[in-house]
Design a protein around this ligand. Sequence first.
Ligand code: SF4
Length: 386
Amino acid sequence: MIKSFKILWQKDSFERDFITWLLILKEYRQPTGLNWGCCLNIKGLELEELQAFLGTYHLPKYRAAQIFDWLYQKGAADWEEISVLPKSLREKFRAEGVSLGRLETVAVENDPDGTRKYLFQLEDGRRVESVYLPDAERHTVCFSTQVGCAVGCLFCATGQLGWSRNLTAAEIIEQPLRIGRDAGVRINSLVAMGQGEPLLNVENLLKAVRIMNHPQGMGIGARHITISTCGIVPGIQRLAEEPLQLNLAISLHAADDRLRDRLMPINRKYPLAAVLEACHAYLQKTNRRITFEYTMIAGVNDRPEDLRNLAGLLSGLLCHINLIPFNPIPGKDWRRSDPARVRLFEKELLLAGIETTVRKERGTRLSAACGQLQGKYQNEHSSPVS
Ligand code: SF4
């Protein structure tokens, strides 16, 4: 039995299939709902994993470095483009179903300020949104990490869609790659603030981030990569363990538990005290300033007591507050705060010694809030998937 297994093992195809399946299992280690019979998308592989995979073809390690360079530095989307590889090898990969990505662009909205919103279709027909935000030399992509979101924040269109599944590392990294290629620019700034709660898909996210950051990958400095969370405490703790110097942003939106319980149901599981404790621990470990996002909704969280609570909660913390005018969403009659109220918050928070800015509005003519383009596309096309 052992002898016959050894004979079988020596056969290239068996070994290759075995390693490929290990990598696929790793890629889809979180519940995804994907078809398990699909081929391997090598965009989700870190350099060492790619080397291991190519080793099953008896290819030297430098081939992995070449492919990495063509995928992430040169933005190749098809084997045909990776001209540094012999034609026979490219044909072999294609014939064996080794894929370089599967995102399909189904809709793009353009704003005159240069902002573009993309709706991508995944292999299983589900869809996610990403946004491209050009600003002088800065080319930022805001990407999604899940299909829909289970957190259900009241002010968020994605929260109303519900959760379908986590994105794989490949599906995460494909978003900025597709956008960079489409816009003809080198993406140099990334924000995990699209659809989904990034820290509820933390391992796939970090895998993608390591490729984004790798000098032979996209080469984007960790300080130009921001992870936004609604306050998933174990995720913040996990992030603190990462050696990468990533930026952490907390979607706060309310500074007392009663209001936050109402706006963000996740607060019942991770109340403000627990989130702040995790932030303090994160700061101790990383000494990286934390950003707190505060979406201002008229009459809901922009009252004088909200300002007092916010200043009290964050004073003394190494942080920055980003005040965001609310983007109206269908089904809610909330309005954004009056600009004078936003300026008052900014002024008072600065006086309290907390660095505060008002987010510059971008893409105001697009389906501005996360999940709106998806909802709009679904309505127009009566699609059965979400
Ligand atoms: S704001 Fe973020 S965490 Fe909350 S429902 Fe929307 S996508 Fe999910």
